[in-house]
Design a protein. Structure first.
Length: 317
């Protein structure tokens, strides 16, 4: 029988590094997520493995794969992570000062364009609040404190999250004046059969708004066989730039495209897509003064700009 080993887990920081490597899959990604250098993460892992007396990862190229030993402690480490996040939420939830950091997750377009001037006015009002804005297409784990606030299309289903509807967002068909000069006038849905599309496929499911519209079998719709693609991109910013450059027409939000004097809303009465924009946070943070201040400021700006987001929607109560 082998002697029982003394397992030395020094503190939570060891497991935090371990979980960051599990999630990041490479030392480089893990270091970026932890705010450390890659050599530091490597040394921390080596020291942790030495104290435990067993390897936690095996390197396969640049990727870090869990060993049986690493897999054995993973669930326990996740449990500790949840407890630490709960403590952090409790402490943050009791904060009554208008200072400190607030992390916001938002999608490209809404986050990278509309939200920036909103944050500029927030800085004037609350100069001691530091915002970290992460632009990403995925839905972050608010329960795991990947962000304090998130702007999302659609209401979340998790029970521990608090969600506030900000506004409706409508999308129309836009094209540049130069592109339209090469076409006969577009006056009906059938005329869109002559358009080449700059197709946007966004998010983890790479949803295509035009195909979504066609598949809803709108009586005024056109067939899949008439759907000509000039270009496809997974970036809303690139889609807007391509439409501005005259590559084709695109389904763009009214708020983003409507203010561009060189773009034309081809069929002003047509709503190609409609979404709801929600502001989401964790239930445990509802009493944090700084997070509530940021959330309220964003909500007030969305209420002010709701006519830009959804010009055909009746004003909200």
């Amino acid at each position: 029988m082998q002697p029982k080993r003394n397992i030395d887990i020094n503190d939570w920081a060891d497991l935090r590094v371990f979980l960051a490597i599990v999630d990041g899959q490479t030392l480089l990604n893990s270091a970026a997520n932890l705010g450390m250098s890659q050599p530091t993460v490597g040394r921390r892992l080596a020291a942790f493995e030495a104290r435990l007396g067993l390897p936690l990862f095996v390197r396969t190229g640049r990727r870090m794969a869990l060993t049986d030993g690493g897999q054995a402690i993973l669930e326990g480490a996740r449990s500790m992570e949840r407890e630490m996040n709960a403590i952090r939420r409790t402490l943050d939830g009791q904060s009554q000062g208008f200072y400190g950091g607030v992390t916001i997750s938002a999608m490209e377009g809404t986050g990278s364009q509309w939200l920036i001037p909103v944050l500029a006015s927030l800085k004037e009002k609350y100069p001691d609040i530091q915002v970290e804005l992460n632009i990403e297409s995925r839905q972050v784990d608010l329960l795991g404190r990947e962000a304090d606030l998130a702007l999302r299309f659609g209401r979340p289903l998790q029970l521990d999250l608090i969600a506030r509807k900000l506004t409706d967002i409508e999308f129309g068909v836009y094209a540049s004046k130069g592109y339209l000069r090469g076409l006969d006038a577009i006056e009906t849905m059938e005329d869109l059969q002559r358009v080449e599309w700059v197709r946007g496929q966004f998010g983890s499911d790479r949803r295509d708004v035009v195909t979504d519209y066609i598949l809803r079998s709108n009586p005024q719709g056109f067939g899949l066989g008439d759907y000509a693609i000039a270009m496809t991109t997974n970036s809303p910013t690139a889609q807007l730039a391509a439409v501005q450059a005259g590559i084709g027409a695109g389904v763009l939000s009214h708020r983003w495209a409507g203010g561009d004097g060189e773009l034309v809303n081809v069929l002003p009465g047509l709503v190609m897509a409609h979404y709801e924009l929600w502001l989401v946070t964790h239930e445990g943070l509802r009493h944090s003064a700084r997070i509530k201040a940021v959330a309220d400021h964003i909500a007030e700006a969305a209420l002010r700009d709701r006519g830009l987001f959804a010009p055909q929607q009746a004003p909200m109560d």
